[in-house]
Ligand binder design. Sequence first.
Ligand SMILES: [Zn+2]
Ligand SMILES: [Zn+2]
Length: 300
Amino acid sequence: MIDLHVHTTHSDGQLKVAQILQRAKDDGIDVISFCDHNVVGAYEELTKLDLDDSGVKIITGVEFDFVHKGKDFHMLGYNFDGRKLNKSRIIDKKTPEDKMEEERRHLIFLKEVCKKLNIKIDDSLDIKSPNEKASTILKYHMMEFEENSQILDEMLGKNREKSFARGFVHNPNSPFFIDMTIGLPTAQEVADEIHRCGGMVFLAHPFDYKDIAHNQYIQEMFDLGILDGVECIHTRHTLEQINYIKEFCSIHNLKISGGSDFHRDGKQRLGYGVNGTTPITEDYFFKNIEREVKCNGREI
Ligand SMILES: [Zn+2]
Ligand SMILES: [Zn+2]
C-alpha cells in the first residue's frame, strides 16, 4: 500500500513525522508523502531525525492553496527540490504567533455566528497552539453539547461526517463564511513554482468541494496545461468518482495518484481511500521519481 497525502503537525495533522513513519511501517505502507498545507517543514524535520531505515520510501510533497473563480482549492506538488521550494514566495512564511493571531480572529467571528444561530458554545474557547484551526476546534467543541445535536445533525450529518470548514467556513453562502482567498496565488502561479523546483503538479481531490461543477472544474484545470496528474483515490472520493478521474487521466495522458489525506485518527485511515474502505495500491504511484527523501541527516 501507499499513501501520497498525509498531514503532520507541520500543518493541521495530529501526528508528528516520526509517529506517522512508525505507523506507516507497522501498517505495511511502502511509499508515503507528507503533504502539509503550504509548507515543507516535514522534510526539514526528516533531515534532523535519527531514524533507522524504516523501509518506507518517502517522496517530497506539499498541498498548496490556490484561488480559482474566487474560491479556495488545493493543488499537490510532488518530487520537488525541497530546499529550493522552501525559499519560494508561495511557501507560507507566517510565524506560529502570526498563525495563532489569525486563527483567534477567525474564532471570535465564528463564535459570534454561533451565538446568533443559538448554537451552544463556551465563550472561553480559545486557540491554544499554532497548529489549531478555528474551524476544527469549533466543530469538535460544538459536538460536546447535547443541546446542539439537532442543528449539528442538519449541518454535519448524523455521524458528523461532513466538513465544517469546507461546508461552512469556506462556503460563501454560509453565515460562517470567512474569505480565505485574499492573497492566495493562482493555480498557474502554484504550478509554475512547483515545476521550477523540479516537481510534478497534481490536482488534489477534485471531487472534495461543495457547490461546484466537479467535471467542469477538472476540465478547466486541465485546460490550463499545468497538470502532470490528478489525485484519484481519496478518503472523500467514491469509487464512481475515482473511475471518472482514472478515465479522464487515461484519455488525457495524465498520471494518477492516491492518498488518504490523513489528519487524525477516527477521520481517515492511513493507506486507505473511500472512507477508509479501499486500500491505496501501487497503481496510484507514479513511478518515475527522481528524488527519494533520505533520513538520518542526509539532505532532502
Ligand atoms: Zn486538500
Ligand atoms: Zn490535505
